[in-house]
Write a protein that binds this ligand. Sequence first.
Ligand code: SF4
Length: 249
Amino acid sequence: MGAAAPLAEAGGPALNVARPDAERAELLAWVKDTLRAEYGERPLSPRRDPLHELISTILSQRTNWRDEDAAYQELRGLGDWDAIIAAPTEAVAHAIRRSNYPESKAPRIQETLRLIRDAPGGYNLDFLQELPIKDALKWLTDLPGVGVKTASLVLLFNYARPVFPVDTHVHRITTRLGAIPKMGEQAAHRALLKVLPPDPPFLYEIHVNLLRHGQQVCSWTAPRCGVCVLRERCDAFRVHDGKVPSWKA
Ligand code: SF4
């Protein structure tokens, strides 16, 4: 199916809210194929070890990737995980100062590491590979500073579990496209998982290519719709007659 679905509220500013799930699923499959043609195939393989992924994702909250990486490198400069737990919290906050909100992230990171160290597997998180997904998500989101996005990211990227991390880029673009009705980021995890296939390579590729599309084309304040390969099926482009406004979450 190539044509866009009719708008639920013809003539109004709201994006499509009445699209059937099968149509949302088909739209997302088209998005994945279209972004692959634009940005290439993205095979699923862990980019860093699970604990690195977990801590880096906490640091990435409201922080760009350069500052996230700088904060992580300086944090590791304090020593091994035991040394980071034992360090004064002010020293941890100073080490991660390039990440936003270092004073609140530092104690959460130390407590998260302490809980992981004291768990049966210690710093090895590989038990997450075998746990039922619901339990794995719960175990991770019970850690301080770990939300469903961070937990999903570790489970998908490191353990190829069929979950879907929804970051700000994924949330914004899938909403503008009309793949989901407008809702909060937390609810978007459930709504998107419901219409995406339980196929980790598919989930990984559409996640990373949406991230890239959000960084390069479909930005918060000035989406570059004129060069966007998704515009022919984008609700926001159609509703706003090509002049898509800044994103308001
Ligand atoms: S057409 Fe515009 S609003 Fe729609 S996905 Fe592309 S850049 Fe974003």
